[in-house]
Design a protein around this ligand. Structure first.
Ligand code: NAP
Length: 322
């Protein structure tokens, strides 16, 4: 039986990855931070076989202890401040957790057991002001937020540990991926939740930032399969993961409202408070390397993903008493 340690276990991807690995027969440990973290109970209830271990990406010795006590074959570093707007409001903390946290975890692995395989959750936000379309593993980075900068640091740290210490360290450059488990602060879930609440008469409208940026949106359940596949290869490498389709935020609104028989233009307003200091205008993945070498491909398309999220929000909002 293989053992995995996942940071970011209480996040969207952490839960999908843990379920995937347990389904494959892994023993899975999830790193949980803080004293009496309120999300611990929820994730434990969702995944009863999951074993929680204490630790924080800000705390070097806790990471060493977590790696030592769990003795994993594979470590997946999904922990981060992952919401771009927060990274502007808390840029130093973002650099510490999303950036330096990668060094701390790699150091823990290097000190405890260099044979452990390592996955780093890198992001298409590293491409930022894109130098080419679509973006592949060889596209230069030009991050446009403290989050993107911290992820670029984490990516190069991963490559550096691979090259310096011959560690099996992979960076997955994942484009946006969503699900009914996406945090409510993220644009997809903000829209699908608002659609559900408007349909049920609980909310009148929704205020958004710029509706023109385009993203390559996939389903998180598909993307965690790619993370695992990267660590099963003969050689460590970096892979872009995305659908190869791009859609504007406006299209997201149109598809989500249309699914419940409403016209988005009647309910969506804009508010300058939601504009970013620097925007990323167009992201679209060239994931041909992953499709060829990992034999990975997505199973859910954009419209299917949006409908899945709206349906889930409708069910959740209908069940809530207010
Ligand atoms: P998420 O839902 O925001 O989850 C972030 C996780 O990081 C949470 O479990 C959080 O724990 C944990 N965390 C925050 N600070 C920490 C710290 N100091 N020490 C340890 N853990 C800490 O993110 P996600 O969507 O699952 O994404 C997973 C990873 O992939 C992230 O690194 C993200 O940046 C990256 N990524 C995501 C996407 C996407 O579209 N989803 C795309 C590219 C890359 P608490 O619950 O305790 O706060």
């Amino acid at each position: 039986m293989k053992t995995a340690l996942i940071t970011g276990i209480t996040g969207q991807d952490g839960a999908y990855l843990a379920e995937h690995l347990i389904g494959l027969g892994y023993r899975v440990h999830g790193l949980i931070r803080g004293q009496n973290n309120p999300k611990a109970e929820a994730v434990q209830r969702l995944i009863p076989k999951l074993e929680l271990v204490e630790g924080d990406l800000l705390d070097q010795s806790s990471l060493i202890a977590a790696v030592e006590s769990t003795q994993p074959d594979e470590v997946y570093n999904l922990g981060a401040i992952s919401f771009v707007p927060v990274s502007w409001r808390q840029p130093v903390l973002t650099s510490e957790i999303t950036g330096l946290g990668v060094t701390r975890l790699l150091e823990a692995i290097r000190l405890v057991n260099r044979d452990i395989r390592f996955y780093q959750a890198s992001s298409s936000e590293m491409f930022g002001k894109v130098r080419e379309v679509p973006q592949s593993e060889t596209t230069p980075f030009h991050p446009r937020s403290p989050y993107g900068v911290a992820k670029a640091y984490g990516h190069y740290t991963t490559v550096n540990y691979r090259e310096s210490y011959e560690m099996f360290a992979c960076s997955g450059i994942l484009f946006n991926h969503e699900s009914p488990r996406r945090g409510l602060e993220f644009v997809t879930r903000k829209v699908t939740n608002a659609v559900a609440r408007i349909k049920l008469g609980k909310q009148e409208n929704v205020l958004m930032g710029d509706l023109s940026p385009k993203r390559d949106w996939g389903f998180a359940g598909d993307y965690v399969r790619a993370m695992h596949l990267m660590l099963q290869q003969d050689e460590p490498d970096d892979y872009v993961i995305g659908t190869g389709e791009t859609h504007a935020v406006e299209e997201l609104c149109a598809v989500a409202f249309a699914h419940v028989g409403l016209d988005w233009q009647d309910f969506v307003g804009t508010d300058p408070r939601f504009l970013r200091p620097a925007e990323v205008n167009l992201l679209i993945a060239d994931s041909s390397k992953a499709r060829e070498k990992l034999e990975w491909q997505p199973s859910v398309d954009f419209a299917g993903l949006v409908r899945m999220m709206v349906d889930s929000d409708l069910a959740q909002e209908s069940a809530k008493c207010e």
